[in-house]
Design a protein around this ligand. Structure first.
Ligand SMILES: [Zn+2]
Ligand SMILES: [Zn+2]
Length: 272
């Protein structure tokens, strides 16, 4: 038994205003809850928004949380210092990042001076460092089989494949298409997934101005979903300026070419 949910659907910046409310305002976090604990992909502001205030993550409970970091751009990490459980001695937080990067320093550097008043090692929670699996290896976290695939993005980024209870979710929050070696690897990685959550930050007409910034359009996301035989595509990393109506229009255009498409909505869940 598990639930897979979107807890932060925005890219780069928090969204504001009532015209953005339906798709949510928080930055990237996808969350799998299993009988053993919580597995999050990325710690955008959505992580803190989802867990702060819940008994398991407050002083009355014991939190068993694992965070798989796709990369360390600010919109994907800023929720970790905001997470109240980080300051609880009863909490254990497993942190996973790309071992080809200086991933532990990226997190240690963020939580401490000059960016934050409390050093990570004095915060309270027990931190367990776990490198992400190499290509073609797997790791079991919270009863979930986890594999990772490098994708094209400035300073590098990982996509994660999560397999649990016979369901497969692939999360690729930040990915630009067009890399001759990484693209075929990624399509294989997505093969047969029930749900693919994929970057669709730019509209096709915006993309030429931002080529090389590391993001896709819905057309790029659909191309992967089709080629890899994915069951359902969920478009995410919504530009913070995009209103709910803008996202509805983007989704209509995507559904014309891949009907089994949704746009990520904060709080929405998929799966068993
Ligand atoms: Zn991002
Ligand atoms: Zn990024």
């Amino acid at each position: 038994m598990h639930t897979f949910s979107i807890q932060g659907a925005r890219g780069s910046l928090l969204a504001g205003g009532p015209e953005c409310r339906r798709h949510g305002r928080n930055t990237t976090c996808m969350m799998l809850r299993t009988s053993t604990g919580v597995l999050a992909v990325d710690a955008g502001t959505g992580l803190a928004a989802a867990l702060n205030g819940h008994p398991e993550a407050e002083s009355s409970g014991v939190l068993n949380l694992a965070v798989l970091f796709t990369h360390f751009h600010l919109d994907h990490v800023v929720g970790l210092p905001l997470l109240r459980a980080l300051y609880l001695p009863t909490a254990t937080i497993q942190v996973t990042g790309d071992p080809r990067r200086d991933w532990q320093s990226a997190i240690r550097g963020l939580i401490g001076g000059p960016y934050w008043p409390v050093d990570l090692h004095k915060a309270g929670a027990t931190i367990v460092w776990q490198p992400a699996p190499q290509v073609s290896e797997t790791l079991t976290v919270q009863g979930v089989r986890v594999s990772a695939c490098p994708v094209w993005h400035p300073q590098g980024c990982l996509a994660y494949r999560l397999e649990v209870d016979g369901r497969t979710y692939v999360v690729a929050t930040d990915r630009e298409i067009g890399h001759p070696e990484l693209d075929p690897l990624f399509i294989d990685f997505c093969r047969g997934a029930d749900v693919l959550v994929h970057d669709a930050h730019y509209l096709p007409e915006e993309y030429p101005r931002f080529q090389g910034w590391g993001h896709s359009t819905f057309q790029g996301a659909v191309a992967v979903a089709r080629e890899a035989g994915v069951g359902r595509l969920v478009l995410t990393h919504h530009d913070a300026r995009r209103t709910d109506e803008d996202i509805d229009r983007l989704l209509d255009r995507a559904r014309k070419i891949f009907p089994d498409t949704d746009a990520a909505v904060e709080g929405a869940s998929f799966g068993a």
